[in-house]
Ligand binder design. Sequence first.
Ligand SMILES: Cc1cc2nc3c(=O)[nH]c(=O)nc-3n(C[C@H](O)[C@H](O)[C@H](O)COP(=O)(O)O)c2cc1C
Length: 135
Amino acid sequence: MEFKQVIKDRYSCKKYSDRQVEKEKITAILEAGRLAPTAKNLQEQHIYVVQSAELLAKIDEATPCRYGAPTVLVVAFDKNNVFTYPGDKRNSGVEDATIVATHMILAAADEGVDSCWLNYFDPEVVAKKIRLAGK
Ligand SMILES: Cc1cc2nc3c(=O)[nH]c(=O)nc-3n(C[C@H](O)[C@H](O)[C@H](O)COP(=O)(O)O)c2cc1C
């Protein structure tokens, strides 16, 4: 799709069909996240593709905002592999992950896949529920 049209078409979907997203589309979306810029090119993002009924139910325990989506991409990063700003008070983990997520949301729109950014959950709770690395 033409880029301006992608930007225009993207919207936050709050009701999904239960038809699973095609594997090729998931791959294209993940590839857009892989190609996103990260500070110092550290590429510390980890994207978890949640599709099993068991783990989707765990997501539903953590947030009311899945809205029936059959795929949830959980965007995380390796906190031991981030750029630390001069001054040692901030690091680039969340901003890199945000850029990655934005690439993926726009790629999803380009693939004709609706999405919604979610932050209405406790990250620690989600990490434990879906057993992210180190949790
Ligand atoms: C950082 C961020 C967090 C968001 N968190 C949620 C959320 O937890 N639940 C939800 O339903 N929508 C969430 N949204 C979607 C916004 O409500 C939505 O983007 C906004 O209302 C504009 O609508 P549009 O995306 O359709 O243009 C979030 C959006 C952003 C950018």
